[in-house]
Design a protein around this ligand. Structure first.
Ligand code: GLU
Length: 308
């Protein structure tokens, strides 16, 4: 049995060691608003299930969580619609870039998983059908699990993506042609771009992800948001599909279920122990935060706690 890690000391060591690593990669620029972000921002925050919280860097700065928000929309759609959602989206890694069109054509409009763009668009369509006031209800759900009513969409980022989201437009049209999108395409794209524009600090993000650490219950009041089986399945999907076509590499080097976003954020969890969020906008060639991955690799090596 391993001793409980000294998170405080380990986080200090990570801060020191990261200073000697030169960050490679580039800030995402296909969404013009994201290209304006300072590439040298960095923040890291860990929340343990016993209430310990440590971090360093730009801890109170909000950033665009982008695809990390797909975990929240999946959680709400799964909670409201149960196992039926798997009739419209799969649970297999795609092995392709997050915005790839190829498999959608080959696999008759059924996306490989809910964390790539095509899958998140189908989940958005399901939620749009289910919720009475989709944008408001989704935001309220994210606020509830973060225990913070300051969480907002960034309308500038959503509108910026709307102007340049040609691949998402192509994906949703293709899926519509196969009958896997029900509502108006422009409404779903608008809803999806708002979802991706949610902003959080690393503190807020690590707190929100405690839901998945804590097997589907809020840590603050023990309320069950999803069943432990649902939480287990979402964690499994994050593990196999959360890092674009680099999910295998992330598993190999870090070994935690998690999700990255093109805003440079990564959120990850160790079930029953901790959740962690990191933000560094420079992305590697697969679209994952370069320094974020290094930081998490150090964390699981030093704590000797990964799922493996
Ligand atoms: N809004 C982004 C897109 O659809 C999200 C991509 C990501 O973070 O992976 O392209």
């Amino acid at each position: 049995m391993l001793d409980k890690p000294d998170y405080k000391q380990i986080i200090k060591e990570i801060e020191v060691e990261l200073k000697s690593i030169v960050s490679e990669g580039k800030v995402a620029n296909y969404i013009p608003e994201l290209a304006k972000v300072d590439p040298n921002k960095f923040a890291f925050h860990i929340s343990s299930i016993d209430g310990e919280n440590y971090g360093f860097g730009d801890l109170d700065e909000k950033f665009s969580i982008q695809s990390i928000a797909k975990v929240f929309s999946l959680t709400l759609a799964y909670k409201l619609n149960g196992e039926d959602i798997w009739k419209r989206v799969g649970v297999e890694p795609s092995g392709n870039p997050f915005n790839s069109l190829i498999q959608i054509e080959q696999e008759n409009g059924i996306p490989r998983n809910p964390l790539i763009n095509s899958g998140a668009l189908v989940i958005s369509d399901i939620l749009y059908d289910t919720l009475s006031n989709p944008k408001v209800d989704l935001l309220n759900f994210i606020r509830e699990i973060t225990d913070n009513h300051d969480i907002e969409y960034n309308i500038k980022v959503a509108n910026s993506e709307k102007k340049t989201g040609f691949r998402n437009s192509a994906l949703i049209n293709l899926m519509r042609s196969f009958g896997n999108i029900n509502s108006d395409i422009n409404d779903i794209l608008d809803f999806y771009f708002h979802l991706c524009s949610v902003e959080m600090t690393v503190k807020e993000l690590s707190k929100a992800f405690l839901l998945y650490t804590n097997h589907g219950k809020l840590l603050t009041n023990d309320k069950e948001i999803i069943t432990s089986t649902m939480a287990k399945r979402i964690n499994a999907i994050m593990h196999s599909c959360g890092f674009y076509d680099e999910a295998g590499e992330f598993s190999f080097k870090v070994g935690l279920p998690g999700k990255s976003g093109v805003g440079g954020g990564i959120a990850a969890i160790y079930p029953g122990k901790y959740s962690v969020a990191v933000w560094s906008p420079k992305l590697n060639s697969k679209g994952n935060s370069y320094l974020g991955m290094k930081a998490l690799q150090l964390l699981t090596a030093k704590t000797k706690r990964s799922i493996f």
